[in-house]
Design a protein around this ligand. Structure first.
Ligand SMILES: O=C(O)CCC(=O)C(=O)O
Ligand SMILES: [Fe+2]
Length: 343
């Protein structure tokens, strides 16, 4: 758990990068949130032969299918993931309840400048010239301290839903991680070692809110980034908005498939795979009429684990370092982090 917290403490944010504007009071997109046209928010024209893989986790060949999806795209959607029915709807409605609170109330649980949990702008904000049409709420472990402030008499339901969701995400993420390890050509000891050492410890649940926007073609919900840990499992609730960058093609939409979850490779898994799994640069666009919610679960290893390319995957492209060190480099350099550890 100390991973993210320590890295963030050393890279505190300024208040203007921490407090989202009151989106509901805006009738137009303010200059501060207008992004240059070079960001071109429209995805490349869709092509049926060029869409994100959908993987049925009950498929007997799941190991090969997931391995191929990680290598070709680094991002895929999963069905038959075993989440109890109703939990996806419950987490969405709990998130909506939070974001529909008055701004002054949400600010009572504002993330501290060097903190990791609570309400605020996306952590990547300082790396970009414009502000994002986004507000977020980050949970690591229990959400009870913040929920008690938000709903002094009625916080339990929110906490129960978040606990239950995290419990199921942890199980699913670990299963996916084992499937991915099995798909790689590793020795048995190396595989077993990785499965034990990298079992989830540094996890975070990120609730994202993208209020409906008067001019969605001029602003961005979440700027292009890669996720830092091993794997991310994303629930896009109701409204599309996620896009992923594909070399030689451009931005590709990741349309939501009802009941499916989106999985993407994070930086640490890219490093472990010695670059075999591509970096997954992605972003979120906003909607003109709908208030979009997404819920991201970040799955990562213990802070003190040492991470480096698996020895069977060729000459190492990255140096070996602790997870804590990598997260610190990412917090200070964002998109440059991987090149800073390249050999
Ligand atoms: O909202 C989305 O579709 C993307 C969210 C995301 O990339 C993140 O939380 O890291
Ligand atoms: Fe992300």
């Amino acid at each position: 758990m100390s991973t993210l917290l320590e890295a963030y403490k050393n890279n505190p944010l300024q208040l203007h990068h921490l407090i989202p504007v009151d989106f509901h009071s805006l009738r137009a997109v303010p200059e501060s949130h207008v992004w240059p046209e070079s960001y071109n928010f429209r995805p490349s024209p869709s092509d049926e032969n060029f869409s994100i893989p959908i993987v049925d986790l009950a498929d007997p060949n799941v190991k090969d299918i997931v391995g191929r999806a990680c290598q070709t795209w680094g991002i895929f959607q999963v069905t038959n993931h075993g989440l109890p029915s109703g939990l996806l709807e419950e987490v969405e409605s709990a998130a909506r309840r939070l974001f529909s609170l008055p701004t002054e109330q949400k600010k009572k649980v504002l993330r501290s400048p060097g903190g990791a949990t609570g309400y605020g702008c996306a952590r990547i904000a300082p790396f970009f010239p414009k502000f994002m049409w986004h507000e977020g709420f980050t949970i690591m472990g229990s959400s009870v301290d913040h929920a008690r402030v938000l709903w002094p008499l009625d916080y339990k339901h929110f906490c129960d839903v978040m606990d239950e969701y995290q419990k199921h995400m942890k199980t699913l993420a670990h299963e996916l991680f084992l499937t991915i390890l099995n798909s790689l050509d590793l020795s048995e000891p190396e595989k077993n070692w990785a499965a034990a050492v990298y079992d989830s410890e540094s996890n975070a649940l990120q609730l994202n809110s993208y209020p409906s926007c008067p001019d969605p073609t001029r602003t961005l919900g979440l700027a292009p980034h890669t996720d830092s840990l091993l794997l991310t499992i994303l629930h896009q609730c109701e409204t599309n908005g996620l896009q992923t960058f594909r070399d030689g093609f451009g931005w590709v939409s990741v349309p939501r498939v009802s009941g499916a979850l989106t999985v993407n490779v994070g930086d640490l898994l890219h490093i472990l795979s010695n670059g075999r799994f591509p970096m997954v640069c992605h972003r979120a666009v906003v909607n003109g009429t709908r208030h979009r919610i997404s819920v991201a679960y970040f799955y990562g290893p213990r802070a003190d684990s040492v991470i480096g390319p698996f020895s069977k995957l060729g000459f190492p492209r990255y140096r070996t370092l602790t997870v804590k060190e990598y997260i610190g480099i990412k917090a200070a350099h964002l998109g440059e982090a991987l090149s800073l550890i390249a050999i």
